[in-house]
Design a protein around this ligand. Structure first.
Ligand code: PHB
Length: 426
């Protein structure tokens, strides 16, 4: 009997969400009304529900309003789509609920710049009055909204933006991250390059908060291991279409290797131009894994072959949670998942587990909800299980990846070796 009541409540939640405005969707529904991102029929069947007991029973009680702040325009638009997909997949697998409560999602475009992202966050917090916000790709946006969330005591779960300070010097009780700090993958890569005795490194990244931090992480580890950085370049962020002047600078520097951070549309352009300029045969290209992740690899094609990067996730990782996740995600969206989708799926899981352990409304007891989030412990992620540090950043291992043909002959990121974890300096 109780079970029937819960199922009716879940159906009601989906109906309610369907009636409530174009940008709002119930958790079990397709995301944001965008047909391209709609999970295929039966998407939720492919993998078992990830968290036992919490939401899978079916939803009841007042809905939780979740603001999804992701780029749906600009150089990082592809990343936003993956975040939406990962979040929606988790909801789909859990009957549209988190912690047994129905979910309503409001999606707002983060855009490309800090200003657009801050405006989007203000809208979610002030007009839509959401209980929590999930998302944000750009560090510039995340840094711009830090005080808003901190002062208003609204939990923000970052699913990408790696701004080091947000889980370091400027950490907030209300900001959690399920992705990485910018320093982490780059430090892992720089450390490996030095250990391998790769000499004379050139470092390149876009000129904004994340580019500067990712470059700094690589330099720190590489120099600590005895390497010499022979040059560095920071092309203007979002406006550089032609990387030739920078590629010429690399060639002229006498570098023996290059470490790069680019992502989304910029990663596609940089990797293609690196090959077209003839550098791919002259100087091996390394980087943080965003450079060749599954979002951009299909468009980079052969230009990416052989590039080695460091990241905390690849679809090829062998663990049961990942195998089920890859199967469900691929069935739903017809493409393999990325670390962006994983971070969003894990953010949903974090909320699910915290809400299962929390009574009442988040807005009435934000401190209590932070305690519930902090109490979650281990998250059973497709990247492997991880916990959050005292400043709410994932403590996780990184992997050396290489773009090479997979079993099906398609280019993919194969896992070469584990690189260990990287501690955040606090
Ligand atoms: C960031 O701005 O923090 C950022 C953006 C894209 C990435 C990684 C980090 O792929």
């Amino acid at each position: 009997m109780a079970k029937i009541r819960l199922v009716v409540a879940a159906l009601l939640a989906v109906l309610l969400a369907a009636c409530s405005g174009s940008a709002v969707s119930g958790g079990g529904d397709a995301a944001g009304g965008d047909a391209a991102s709609e999970p295929a029929d039966g998407a939720g069947d492919a993998a078992s529900a990830p968290s036992e007991g919490a939401a899978s029973e079916a939803a009841g009680g007042e809905p939780i309003d979740v603001g999804l702040l992701i780029p749906t325009s600009g150089v990082y638009a592809l990343l936003g789509e993956d975040i939406r997909n990962g979040f929606e997949l988790y909801l789909e697998q859990n009957g549209g609920a988190l912690g047994g409560r129905p979910v309503e999602t409001v999606e707002v475009d983060e855009g490309e710049a800090a200003e657009t992202g801050v405006r989007g966050a203000q809208r979610l917090v002030e007009e839509d009055q959401v209980d929590t916000v999930v998302g944000i790709v750009s560090s510039a946006v995340a840094l711009g909204v830090r005080d808003l969330f901190d002062e208003r005591q609204i939990p923000l779960i970052l699913t990408n933006a790696g701004a080091d300070d947000l889980t370091g010097a400027a950490a907030s009780d209300y900001i959690f991250r399920t992705s990485f700090s910018n320093r982490q993958p780059n430090y892992a890569m720089g450390r490996w390059l030095a250990e391998e005795g790769v000499e004379d490194l050139f470092i390149i990244a876009p000129d904004y908060a994340a580019g500067r931090e990712q470059a700094a992480g690589a330099r720190e580890a590489y120099e600590a291991g005895g390497g010499t950085v022979v040059g560095e370049a920071f092309p203007p962020f979002t406006t550089t279409q032609d990387y030739q002047p920078f590629l010429q600078q690399i060639r002229d520097s006498g570098a023996q290797a290059v470490h790069a951070f680019f992502s989304g549309g910029e990663a596609i352009a940089f990797v293609q131009q690196y090959q077209q300029f003839g550098l791919a045969e002259e100087i091996p290209l390394y980087g943080s894994g965003f450079l060749t992740d599954t979002t951009v690899l299909p468009q980079q094609g052969a230009a990416a072959e052989g590039i080695r990067t460091a990241l905390h996730y690849a679809p090829a990782l062998e663990n049961p949670t990942n195998q089920a996740f890859v199967e469900a995600y691929t069935a739903a969206y017809d493409e393999p998942p990325t670390q962006y989708a994983v971070a969003a799926w894990d953010a949903a899981q974090l909320l699910d587990l915290a809400l299962a352990d929390f009574e009442g409304e988040i807005a009435d007891d934000p401190e209590g909800f932070v305690t519930a989030l902090e109490g979650v412990g281990e998250i059973d992620s497709p990247r492997g299980p991880f916990t959050l540090s005292d400043t709410h950043n994932p403590e996780q291992p990184f992997y050396l990846l290489e773009v090479a043909p997979g079993d099906d002959g398609q280019l993919t990121n194969i896992v070469v070796e584990e690189l260990g974890s990287v501690e955040d300096p606090n």
